[in-house]
Design a protein around this ligand. Structure first.
Ligand code: F6R
Length: 242
């Protein structure tokens, strides 16, 4: 695992952008795993800018998002599909038919197995972008007693509901469950890029990437990934002994 400490959020975003744009240029038909949340917004702004200037094309790229809230329709402003359309897909030359976000509304018995199958049929994920939850979650894999393997439905931890309520009118509006790729799905990606910024992430960055590997800190498993890059700003790196 490589840990890159940058000076600022902008520099963190630029380094992660370099990883993604470099892959898309080298392999225009690559498969990207994408994340929502506040952290990757600067990366998506850069990808949109590179596409607008003609430096990058998503015409042949396929994407799979990590997760989606249960019960929210794609048009719902709080859904992760809406987030991805708004921050990236609507502004680049991607074929929307190649963009995949788990179906949070109308979850059926096959929703999770279908998602796993589609990832495999696409050839697997070349690069998975991840944010880091304050409790160490990746996707919506919350701290628990084991590492969930494949895409599954999950009940959100109270701390995650609290953290995500900032984006809703009221905490009561935050869905209580979600569909998420499993830890096995994430670990199967050929490369993983984790981004984290701000002082609020400093303690979990230290625990996840320098502490023991345990499902109580789901991101800690990434220490065993053969090609994982963690890109943090100085504030998030504050507790690392580097
Ligand atoms: C988002 C996701 C989550 C976030 C994490 C950090 O698709 O899967 O694991 O990456 O909650 O969120 P932010 O970036 O808002 O701090």
């Amino acid at each position: 695992m490589q840990i890159i400490v940058t000076e600022s959020y902008d520099e963190m975003s630029a380094r992660a952008f370099d990883e993604i744009s470099g892959l898309v240029q080298a392999n225009p038909a690559c498969v990207l795993g994408l994340a929502t949340g506040t952290t990757p917004i600067g990366i998506y702004e850069r990808l949109v800018g590179a596409c607008a200037s003609g430096a990058l094309s998503f015409a042949h790229v396929t994407t799979f998002n990590l997760d989606e809230y249960c019960g929210l329709a794609p048009a719902d402003k709080q859904s992760y599909r809406f987030f991805m359309d708004t921050h990236l897909f609507n502004h680049v030359d991607i074929d929307k038919g190649r963009t995949h976000v788990p179906a949070g509304d109308g979850v059926s018995d096959n929703t999770c197995t279908d998602y796993e199958r589609m990832i495999k049929e696409a050839g697997g994920i070349d690069l998975q972008l991840l944010g880091l939850g304050h409790n160490g979650h990746i996707g919506f894999n919350e701290p628990c007693e084991f590492f969930p393997k494949e895409t599954h439905e999950v009940s959100l931890a109270e701390s995650t509901i609290q953290a995500n309520s900032r984006l809703f009118d009221s905490i009561d509006d935050v869905p209580r469950s979600a569909i998420t790729m499993g830890i096995g799905t994430i670990m199967a990606a050929r490369k993983v890029v984790v981004v984290a910024n701000g002082a609020g992430k400093a303690a979990i960055v230290k625990r996840a990437f320098t502490g023991p590997v345990t499902p109580e800190v789901p991101a800690s498993i990434l220490q065993f990934h053969p090609d994982a890059v963690v890109i943090v700003d100085a504030a998030a790196a504050a507790e690392l002994a580097l």
